[in-house]
Design a protein around this ligand. Sequence first.
Ligand SMILES: [Mg+2]
Length: 260
Amino acid sequence: MNREKYVFFLDVDGVITDEFARVDTLLLSDLERLQKDGHRFIFVTGRSLNWMENNVFPHLNSPNGFTYVCEYGKVISHAGEISVEGRIPQNVEDRVKKNVGSLFGVFFDQTKKTLVTIEADHAVAKMHPDKVEASLQKAERMLDAVAEGLNMDVIRSTFAVDMVKKGTNKEEAGRKALAYVIPSRKIIVVGDSPRDLDMTKPLRASGIPHEFYFVGKKLGFEPTQPNQFKTEAGYSEGLREVLTAKGLYEDKARRKNKLA
Ligand SMILES: [Mg+2]
């Protein structure tokens, strides 16, 4: 088999997780198998490395075979080597923590090193979506006030609000991830938010061949370029669709038949 080998930039939330925000562990073993076949997977996420260690590592045989570009590129783990750039000052963290306690259904993410994240409790958000949304909006306004004068930005996503150093975003994360690609390989970027498209900016700027896949039915993205696509299915099923389109995915039943 002499198939083309790819490098994948994968967003984490909504891409390797299911609709209940649970990591798709079966998919992870497929990614590991594909990595053995010579493809490379780089996770590019706002999540902390600690979160990856708790939620992804336990489902992999060799977690250090993957590259993790976490906290929008400020915390990177590659081949087990970890680098951290710019920790959040303690007094800023304390100030935010004090204000989060009173908000319904959201919590302060203790695992982040270089950014502040206020996140929804997914179980509570399922039962009281409107109340949790109201809390996230309050959190966003609170962080906006803290960020002012600190040279920081506030980024809102579906289930979280992040406060980051200015210029910290998926574009910067994509630029960081570029250090770990294999030259001359096509890069497949997969995300579930229009902001994930920013990962492709450094690739476009450097003339690196790439494709962008938007997984999911969520509103907010329509392909405008010939190398941009939208999957039918959402969440990790959407990523399966991408892998299938690239000829990399066979479902379990088919694999079993082949072995039999
Ligand atoms: Mg996402």
